[in-house]
Design a binder for this molecule. Structure first.
Ligand code: NAD
Length: 381
């Protein structure tokens, strides 16, 4: 690939009224390494065309379906380099598998698939294809999450003893799906979403954040999932106890009926000597508390931050970066990895970018949490 051109992406999902598809486009294009040139944006050909017009792409490349997109793009000299998946969960496996089989790298939104069985299938496809597969666990892209991760890895906090993660939203406090609201409708339909409601939609982000920051894996859990809103078909509120491989324990709370909450993802990690606290609604501050010492507040873009945190910072201190920039960090890493691969480098994807391993862990987490809740017992991972 010529180093002077941008990588070309084709999106599946992200049609009119969609939430995350347009965020993918903004984030992918933020650093000038990627451009969206094609898409199958909706299950309706007409709506896909309308989205293509909105995004100002060549009308011939706003396809009626993803199979058509893959077939047509393969034959173009200026074909896409990778496919982005921003559809409801039940399409993640078929789209990712078809794209990889057609020779395209994949950047998928989470959860990796709708079910645990599906993710095992996807894992095999990714391995066989030998192509990059990235998973947009957005919060891994924040510079202060990278700082928290570096602090845990440095040993400065001492061994991790306790983790408390919560992800609280309020938007499903009423039966929104019954009104036809698009995002609520598919999320509460097991056929389109998979068997884990809140635990899959946001519990997986919280779970990923715990393992990503501490570098330690969850080994067993005891979860209680419930459905608060009458008539809802999937869980909307979850509490879980965690045991981790380093002897640490933790709590994970996820809810979409926490009335009044927006996107309240908060992580606390307690080591032997000190602790850290990060809140995604105040993402440019990381609190570090030392036992017997003063509390520190580390600000994004501080020159004193770890190299990993500074590497994903674009603006000087006091100029807040947020959700789109964090998303864009994952795209920048994906683009760098894919470009290096095209230049012949093996294992080119940076280890900071979540991929199929995180995808399998996330789906296992959902499956285990449901099993634990059903049997009212601790379950091994
Ligand atoms: P949404 O309902 O807003 O958008 C889904 C889009 O997919 C719609 O435009 C729909 O028309 C399209 N679609 C459905 N079937 C299709 C098909 N066969 N071909 C092409 N397009 C099709 O949903 P959303 O809230 O944007 O969620 C989409 C995905 O992103 C989900 O998997 C969700 O879990 C994930 N998500 C991730 C984050 C994050 O922080 N990383 C945030 C929100 C959503």
């Amino acid at each position: 690939m010529s180093e002077s051109r941008k990588l070309r992406m084709g999106m599946v999902g992200g049609g009119p009224g969609a939430f995350i598809g347009p965020v993918h486009k903004m984030a992918a294009e933020l650093d000038g390494q990627i451009e969206m040139v094609a898409g199958a944006f909706s299950q309706s050909a007409e709506r896909s065309r309308a989205a293509g017009e909105h995004f100002k792409i060549d009308p011939h490349r706003a396809y009626a379906g993803y199979a058509e997109m893959l077939k047509a793009e393969r034959e173009r000299p200026d074909a896409i380099d990778f496919v982005v998946i921003a559809t409801p969960n039940h399409l993640h496996l078929p789209v990712a598998a078809a794209a990889l089989d057609a020779g395209f790298a994949v950047m998928s939104d989470k959860p990796a698939t709708a079910t645990y069985d599906e993710v095992l299938e996807l894992e095999a496809v990714v391995k066989n294809a030998g192509l990059p597969y990235g998973l947009t666990h957005t919060y891994a892209g924040y510079s202060l999450v990278r700082e928290a991760r570096a602090l845990c890895a440095s040993g400065a906090l001492g061994a991790t003893r306790k983790v408390a993660v919560e992800y609280l939203q309020g938007w499903l406090s009423s039966p929104l799906e019954a009104t036809g609201q698009k995002q609520a409708a598919w999320r509460s339909d097991p056929a389109l979403n998979g068997p884990g409601g809140c635990i899959g939609d946001i519990g997986t982000h919280a779970f990923h954040l715990v393992e990503y920051v501490t570098g330690a894996r969850v080994t067993s859990l005891n979860a209680a999932l419930r459905t608060v809103v009458p008539g809802r078909r999937l869980d909307d509120d979850c509490n879980a106890l965690l045991r981790m491989e380093n002897g640490a324990t933790g709590t994970l709370m996820a809810s979409q009926v926490a009335a009044g909450e927006g996107n309240g993802l908060r992580l606390r990690v307690y080591g032997e000597k000190g602790s850290i606290e990060w809140h995604q609604e105040d993402p440019n501050r990381l609190r570090v508390k030392w036992e017997g010492g003063p509390e520190e507040v580390r600000y994004a873009a501080g020159g004193y931050l770890s190299a990993g945190a500074r590497a994903v910072t674009r603006l000087p201190g006091g100029h807040p970066e947020g959700y789109i920039e964090a998303f864009a960090v994952l795209y920048r890493e994906f683009a760098e990895g894919l470009t290096a691969l095209k230049a012949g480098k093996k294992d080119s994807m940076p280890e900071t970018l979540p991929g199929i391993v995180a995808g399998v862990r996330g789906m296992r987490f959902i499956e285990r949490a449901i099993e634990s809740s059903r049997t009212e017992k601790w379950v091994e991972f």
